[in-house]
Design a protein around this ligand. Sequence first.
Ligand SMILES: C[S@@+](CC[C@H](N)C(=O)[O-])C[C@H]1O[C@@H](n2cnc3c(N)ncnc32)[C@H](O)[C@@H]1O
Ligand SMILES: [Zn+2]
Ligand SMILES: [Zn+2]
Ligand SMILES: [Zn+2]
Ligand SMILES: [Zn+2]
Ligand SMILES: [Zn+2]
Length: 483
Amino acid sequence: MNESFYSFNILLYNMAARDRSIDVVIDTQEEFVPECEHGPTLMFSRFDTRTKTERRFFACSAFRDKKVCSFFKWVEDVKQNKRKQLMCNDSFPNAIYNHKAMRERFAKVKNLSCNERSLCVDCGLFLLPDEGNQHKEEKHTLRYNITDEMLSKPTELFIPFDDNKTYAQYLFTKKTVNFLLDLLVSMDITSVLCIGCPRIHEAIQNRMKEGKFSMKSLLLDLDHRYLQVFPPEQLCRYNMLNNHFFGGDIDKNTFKKFLHVNGKVAIVTDPPFGVMVDALYKTLNIVQEEWRTARGIEDTTEMPVFWFFPYFMEKRVNMSCPSYSMLDYKVDYDNHDLFRGDKGRKKGSPVRIFTNLSPKLIPLPQDDGYWYCDKCERYSAQENKHCSKCECCPTKDGSTYKHCDVCKRCVKPNRIHCSQCNICDLPEHTCGQSIKQGCHICGALDHKRRECPNKNKSTESSVIRTQKRKGCEQFSSKKKKRK
Ligand SMILES: C[S@@+](CC[C@H](N)C(=O)[O-])C[C@H]1O[C@@H](n2cnc3c(N)ncnc32)[C@H](O)[C@@H]1O
Ligand SMILES: [Zn+2]
Ligand SMILES: [Zn+2]
Ligand SMILES: [Zn+2]
Ligand SMILES: [Zn+2]
Ligand SMILES: [Zn+2]
């Protein structure tokens, strides 16, 4: 594991305390947005809290690691007619992403006997018999004896790209997959759009092959390795942060056709935690609009969405997506110790499901201790006890929160009320240093920079709901070179 959950969490925390904060600018109103290998870039605003100045730049929407995608342009440089030189899309190795070519190779591999088949683990590529030596010379690890069973479970065969700043490939346990599929079946969902959910797609396809049920699924994912195993009607290589289809019009049509099918469609999405919430939400809204168009729906009806995201992002999600609720269900992952209920944290996984459905419609398994709270009209976790003073089931993190009569709210069990700070905090806190995250511009505690009445008028309209960008090293470490 490259980064533990805790260091990741601390990183998010530190971002708030730094002198600079990075926000995404969704409504750019720019006529020209440069593209990197991963489609149109996003515009970010970097705000220096000491000088109270803002500067804007374009950077990759998908990757937060500059070693993987180093694209960076100040907005003013882009404006100075440097457009041609920024259109670097042509130089990218499109060949390896060509779905048809990948499928043709794979068909040849499939025709081989198990002991003739091999996979280069480093390249994520199935090899033809005469290709092994080249990869061995480059000291790549090869896997042999690839059975049909293994080919039907690519999410188990490929090594997960589990770097948080790139793909953040954390895969659901069987239990989570089964819970979700049972839920979808109980809701009469017949088509599932899996955005960054390869394991759900794989499970649906395998159950279909076994004749266990009838459901369609389309996987939209950035990982090019899946282009080998899934045909074009089942997979589009896609960037969920800018709604970019790498396969162009062919893939866009596949996607439209999928939405057009009759029956109930649902979206399941499990993006990397570091994604910009506003960028993802914009994509979800575009997808909803495409679906309404495909179905000739004129009101604002939406497809059900199941969005997997950590509980500590709840406030951030609510800010951008007020119609979404967080469920108590703890989502388990195979390849992340800290997201695992069994061997992981005492409090279980921190990942939950956010949904645009009413929570009362989503029963959570009683065998795992979830119970129905009549007052909240939703299922709560075993440890989440209803508080009659707060009038809700307040627990977020897997512990049992307790009510503080002075703060007039429920707090984590390890907090005590400090009369000096007038807040519940850890017993070992230093008085006067409790985290107070006020407005960067005027310091007031009742609003953030984006709502500040003193905010520069020129940036007001375009910097809409923003999020601290995790891993802003991508930008800060390049600063010196550019100066
Ligand atoms: C946290 S994992 C979720 C996997 C899911 N838990 C499963 O078991 O199916 C994130 C997934 O999103 C994909 N991904 C990462 N960034 C993406 C992007 N910008 N656009 C589309 N997919 C992306 C990764 O390849 C990976 O499959
Ligand atoms: Zn990029
Ligand atoms: Zn290789
Ligand atoms: Zn309750
Ligand atoms: Zn309470
Ligand atoms: Zn208190």
